[in-house]
Every structure is written in C-alpha cells, then in structure tokens.
Design a protein around this ligand. Structure first.
Ligand code: FE
Length: 349
C-alpha cells in the first residue's frame, strides 16, 4: 500500500515536471542576433524585448564587415535570424550579396519611411533603418572660426592645413561620407578633395570618433569628423573631464548652404536562412515601436526613424534641426569601391 502510494506521488510529480518542462519549452523561443551595434546601453533594448515576448536573444557581436564575412562563410547553415548593421552602404551590400530576405510587414511599412528602407519590389523590403546619425564637424572654438569649417569641402582647403583629424578613411562611416561626396563632386574632384584632406591632417588617422573629439579638445587637432551620437554622449555626460572637453569645442553641421549634412543609418534585416523567422520579424517590429525608438534617441543619442515621434534629449535638441543630404543609399554603396581605390592612391590610411 505504502509502495503504491509512493508510486502515485512519483507519477504525479513526474506529470508536474513534464508540464513545467513543456511550459519552459514553450517559453524557450530564441532569436539569434548578429549585431554591429557597439553601444553598451543597448542591453536594456534587448532585455525589454525578452521581457515583452519571452523570446531569448543570443547575441553575436562583430563589426559590419565581420558579420557579412561570417554570414557568407556560414551559408545556409547560418544560425543568424536578425542582422543589425550601423552603416547604410553595408546594409545595401548585404542585400546585393543575398544575405537578407524580404519582409512584408504593414507595421514596418507604416512606421519606417521609404527613404530609410530598401526598395520594396512587391514582396517587402530587405532591410529597415531604425535610427539615423549625422557626420558632423567638431572644431576648437578658440582657434577655428566657424566659417572655416561649415562644409566638408573646406576640410581640404589650405586654410585648414595641419588642423584635421579623422579616424581611418576606410572606416564605413568615412567611406559612406566619401561615397556621397563622389555623387556631389564627381570622381576627379573627390580624389583631389581626399588628397587635400590628407595634406591637412594634424596626425595620421587613428582611434575612433570620440578620440578625434578628445584630440580637438586637447589641442592635438583643431578640426575633426565625428558621428553626432559620440558628441551628444559627451554633451550629456556628468563627468568633469567630459564637461571640460565640451567647453573647448563647438559643432558645425556641414553643407547647410549646399548639399546638406551627411546622414547615415543603423538598421536591421531578417537573415536569408533565418530558422526563427516569426521571432525575427517580431524583433524588427519591436525596433520600430515607440519604446525602442525612444530608446535609440535617449540611450544612444540617435534620431528615431519613425517620423513625428516626440523625443526628449537635451543634446539632440541643442544640435537642433538641420538640412540633411539626400543621396540614394545604392549610389553611396556603389561608389565605395572607387573611393577605396582613391584612398589607396592618395595615401589616406
Ligand atoms: Fe559608432
């Protein structure tokens, strides 16, 4: 009798465990994310998705080029479901190379403007931009008149000799800017311009964008190119060192009187061989939600892709509204091979 009762208890316990197991299994939906976003503050963005959906995110971090190379080598065996990249030309390249698949989503079509997603040939867009960032010029407010740096073209002018700092010319942020310049100036003038930039360097290219801003503040350079969010991050910092940097510099939004300031895109796509497609689409739709868009603005100081969203960010407010460049992303992407060859010829490291 005792034995029998024992077995009943065991059977019941086993049934309960099985139930728990299947419940846990049902919740154990996963999403494999390959991300080139390199911003610590994004952790909360992903956590909120998991909290809302129960879908666990496995993240692989690499830069844009590293992710594209990995997807190509993995082929159809790739576990990647969603790809996040931080450069429009790389998104375009991945699309051309067949690494994405089209997504038809009324929500994404409604929320993301056509200029910030790939062309929809009827079966949806291959990628979607979720935030934008501007390539701006910072300058030493004591030594450099604003009038010397209110266009990209002027960075190559002899008046800026010995003043200019940039990160590597081959970095996607610069390649996309230079690819856009090639559309405005033509190939010959772009190469002359790049030659002028090299002639005006205060030091050989090194470091990231924040390093360029710091070098302007320290006096090593007087003028530098940076993405807007690195500047905004320093503008919002409470650290005394960062405040001291901001006191020494100012920002110019280039080409307001001509072609507009160069703007780049951070965006995402569903991987060609995604095994968790439904979760992947859900994640992209989440990135277009008010909460995630507000997060891009507040957490990483980017401009949301969704139009008309009210954002509160004192640094972005201070940068204000400005005229943005309009060069098709496919053109910027296609120009990059030629731009890279120019960089090699003029010795832009
Ligand atoms: Fe960055």
């Amino acid at each position: 009798m005792r034995l029998v009762r024992h077995s009943v208890v065991r059977v019941a316990a086993f049934a309960a465990l099985t139930l728990l197991g299947s419940a846990a299994h049902a919740q154990q939906q996963v999403l494999n994310l390959y991300s080139a976003r390199h911003y610590q503050t994004d952790d909360a963005l992903y956590d909120n998705f998991t909290k809302a959906t129960g879908i666990k995110i496995n993240r692989v971090d690499a830069d844009d080029a590293g992710i594209l190379a990995r997807l190509k080598s993995e082929g159809s065996a790739s576990p990647a479901d969603v790809i996040l990249l931080v450069d429009a030309a790389r998104l375009w390249r991945a699309e051309v190379d067949g690494l994405f698949q089209p997504v038809k989503s009324t929500l994404l079509e409604t929320r993301i403007p056509t200029t910030l997603r790939s062309k929809d040939s009827g079966d949806g867009s291959q990628w979607f931009g979720f935030s934008t960032r501007a390539r701006v010029i910072v300058f030493n407010r004591q030594n450099v008149p604003r009038a010397d740096v209110d266009s990209y073209e002027e960075l190559a002018d002899p008046k800026n000799r010995g003043r200019v700092c940039t990160r590597s010319g081959s970095h996607p942020y610069n390649l996309s800017l230079f690819g856009a310049m090639m559309e405005h100036l033509g190939a010959a003038k772009t190469e002359t311009w790049l030659q002028g930039l090299v002639s005006n360097m205060a030091r050989p290219p090194k470091g990231g964008d924040t390093d360029q801003i710091k070098a302007v503040a320290s006096g090593e350079c007087a003028v530098a190119l940076t993405n807007s969010y690195y500047l905004a991050r320093l503008m919002r910092s409470d650290k005394a060192d960062d405040k001291a940097i901001i006191d020494k510099i100012d920002v110019a939004l280039p080409n307001q009187a001509s072609t507009g300031t160069h703007v780049n895109i951070a965006g995402g796509a569903v991987a060609r061989h995604a095994k968790n497609r439904a979760a992947a689409v859900k994640f992209l739709e989440y990135l277009a939600s008010d909460a995630a868009q507000g997060y891009f603005a507040d957490g990483n100081n980017e401009w949301p892709a969704v139009a008309g969203l009210k954002i509160t960010n004192p640094a972005l407010d201070k940068i204000g509204k400005f005229k943005t460049e309009s060069v098709p992303i496919s053109v910027i992407g296609m120009n990059q091979i030629k731009v890279q060859q120019m960089l090699d010829r003029v010795g832009y490291k």
